[in-house]
Design a binder for this molecule. Structure first.
Ligand code: NGO
Length: 527
């Protein structure tokens, strides 16, 4: 036993190691899960995760092993267990936890089946991503204190039964604006961990804007050297080197999350225009900008150097991007003439396609001629642009500011955020459906949901958490669970019971008065 443990901790570990008990009756149906799973059958008993429990994975499945190590590491601080991960020919034949890739097509990319009895937890999925999503369910089935970073008294029981679950939408994401205020690699990893806990699968990073350029482009080094040197209100800004960015991509990938990078253009480009004089129509470099107005900057759609620049940026970005999409912004290009805007978006779309990626743009891009496999992200208060995109047979990513912008203040006294799209309390953020939000945009037009967090007023990770929680679990559920299973009055009770979990996770959440905050019921202790 390490000298680092004090006596109390040592006694606790001994107790945990040598306690032996009969299974506690537990009702899986009463467990609090967000997002709500598709099907659940309770069998009234429980599985006890002890110091002796092992996780079995199929031989040669590095991806399953990665998921097994992830959950073993996650539960280690609170339980004090070093859960062994073992390769086996038939994992489910052992007592303990088994991760099985069943190649059951009906479970899709991220679906899973959990079968829990007194001796085993069998997690089956068609793909490793499904195992990872299942592990988030297991996490929520364990007591809230599993989230603690210090040793806690067990026991660590999981209610028995089966859960069959799969997402309604394949795209469930959040966006983080790392421009208006810069957030370093540690902050972004924390953000990734938080969205992973609710089964989201996309992180959209808004990497460039008027106030800064945050991703190193080796062929245009002044973008970050000069363009990345400040932020809103004149702070020191910052940027990710390509190595750091790769580290983020990998960190997200390990959590089955795809990072979608955004280079916003032709508007929102002052940082680039300040870094390279030749990108300006008049050949004069702009001053750096630390305000929050929008719509004043534009790349020149009629200069060839513009497209050489974009080709270089996209080429370098594509080399860092395993995902299929590149986001090209396209919003609020108020300083670009309409005909120039159309020409510009068409050419940029060709560049993205040439580099074998698909384009996403804010729905403003529907003014141009979109490819069928491009996506338009609906954000404005009026759906005109999104409807134009639907007319072109382009799929819509739902991020309506009135419902899904996490930078909207909760209410008029909220210390952070904006309110141009209205106040957005937790009920309003949850109580809507993707399919009925806009007349003329229905299920078959929608690829999924993304909740953006713009950072004009957001300076620290605590600020991020305050605006994101507790709205984000709701967005995760809107994308994951079928709409017929959604109901605010029922959801708010489940959300309220996340309180302890948020606290053990040290999330700086907003204690909305709309939520009946409550502690989880403690499982009965059996002598
Ligand atoms: C708008 C604008 C952003 C702002 C944000 C603030 C879009 C797509 N463009 O959303 O530049 O930061 O609102 O809520």
């Amino acid at each position: 036993m390490s000298k680092l443990l004090n006596l109390g901790q040592a006694v606790l570990i001994m107790l945990l190691l040598f306690s032996c008990k009969t299974p506690t009756p537990k009702d899986l149906g009463k467990e609090i899960l967000i997002p709500q799973p598709t099907n659940l059958i309770a069998t009234g008993s429980s599985f006890d995760w002890t110091a002796k429990t092992k996780i079995y994975v199929e031989e040669g499945r590095e991806d399953s092993k990665g998921v097994a190590n992830y959950i073993a590491d996650l539960i280690a601080p609170a339980t004090g267990y070093t859960t062994e991960v073992v390769s086996a020919t038939n994992p489910a034949s052992n007592k303990g936890i088994a991760l099985v890739i069943s190649e059951n097509e009906s479970l899709g990319e991220e679906g899973y089946k959990l079968t829990i009895d007194e001796k085993r937890v069998i997690i089956a999925a068609n793909k490793a991503a499904g195992l990872f999503r299942a592990v988030q369910t297991i996490r929520q089935l364990l007591p809230a204190k599993i989230e603690s970073d210090s040793l806690q008294m067990g026991s660590w029981e999981i209610a028995s039964g089966t859960i069959e679950d799969a997402p309604d939408y394949g795209y469930r994401g959040a966006m983080l604006d790392v421009v208006r205020h810069f957030f370093d690699v540690t902050d972004v990893k924390r953000f990734i961990d938080l969205i992973a806990a609710y089964k989201m699968n996309v992180l959209h990073l808004h990497l460039t804007d008027d106030q800064g350029w945050r991703i190193e482009i080796k062929s245009w080094p002044n973008l970050t050297k000069h363009g990345g040197s400040t932020q809103v209100d004149g702070g020191k800004g910052g940027f990710y080197t390509q190595e750091e960015y790769t580290e983020l991509v990998k960190y997200a990938q390990d959590r089955f999350i795809t990072i979608i990078p955004e280079i916003d253009m032709p508007g929102h480009t002052n940082a680039a225009l300040a870094s390279y004089a030749e990108l300006n129509a008049d050949g004069k470099a702009r001053d750096l900008y630390t305000g929050t107005n929008v719509g004043f900057s534009t790349l020149d759609a009629n200069k060839e150097i513009t497209y050489k620049f974009i080709d270089d940026v996209i080429r370098e970005l594509v080399a860092l991007t395993p995902g299929e999409y590149i986001h090209i912004g396209g919003d609020e290009s108020n300083a670009t003439k309409k005909k120039d805007y159309i020409k510009f978006i068409n050419r940029v779309q060709d560049i993205v396609t040439k580099h074998k990626k698909k384009m996403i743009g804010w729905a403003d891009v529907a003014a141009a001629e979109l490819e069928d496999n491009s996506l338009a992200q609906f954000w404005q208060t009026k759906p005109k642009n999104a409807l134009l995109a639907v007319k072109q047979n382009v799929k819509i990513l739902m991020s309506p500011a009135k419902r899904a912008y996490m930078d909207m203040q909760y209410d008029s006294i909220c210390p952070l955020g904006l309110h141009w799209a209205g106040y957005l309390e937790v009920d309003k953020a949850y109580d809507w459906n993707l399919e009925t939000n806009v007349e003329g945009i229905s299920r078959e037009n929608i690829i999924g949901i993304e909740a953006p967090l713009w950072s004009e007023t957001v300076e620290t990770i605590d600020d991020i958490e305050y605006l994101v929680f507790p709205r984000l679990p709701g967005y995760a559920e809107l994308g994951w669970s079928k709409s017929e299973n959604k109901n605010w009055d029922e959801y708010k009770i489940r959300l309220g019971k996340q309180k302890e979990r948020f606290e053990y996770m040290k999330i700086n959440y907003y204690q909305s008065p709309k939520i009946p905050w409550a502690v989880e019921e403690v499982a009965p202790v059996v002598e």
